[in-house]
Design a protein around this ligand. Sequence first.
Ligand code: CA
Length: 228
Amino acid sequence: MSTRKVLVVEDEEAIRQMIVFNLSRAGFEVTEAGDSATARRLIADARPDLVLVDWMLPDSSGLELTRALRREKHNRGLPIIMLTARVEESDKIAGLNSGADDYITKPFSSRELLARINALLRRSAPSDDEPLQAGDLKLDPVSHRVTAGNEKITLGPTEYRLLKFLMGNPERVYSRGQLLDNVWGQNVYVEERTVDVHVRRLRSALEQFAVDHYVQTVRGSGDRFSTR
Ligand code: CA
């Protein structure tokens, strides 16, 4: 599995550094923001797998940030854990009602934080059996069948795995190296050029059914699956 990305949104420098230190040491790729505006930008750019949001932020509250993210189609399923110094039950309910998935009261141990993060990432991982769909294009992991409307699309095994990975992680650009790790697996020696060959093959198979626009190459960066 690729490195999981966590965004830490907390204006108190000392607390933020402590969290960043602990998460980095636990193997997460960590980005940080001291306010909601920066957090919004980083969520759009870095596509974190999980966001830790402090309740009290200088520009808007963590509650407002969470509510705003939940209104956006692409962030509706973004795993969010709220951090707060408040202990009252009513605040906890408000935090969860805003759309946060979990809630941690300060002070917390790094062990508790990591346990909550890992539990939420496990819960949020899309089930391997769930069909993936974008417009007319559908991939059913149970039957290994890819369809466009009623038409069956025949894909080679690598193209199938590539499409499954990209569809399961939409709106995110993956470099050739990242695709190799995730689709071919680590410790497999394949030239990066090979990725291009399979992406081209995948796209031309999809092209016959006019659903190739979902697989997009971003020049100099990599490939992504996008419905935009
Ligand atoms: Ca704060």
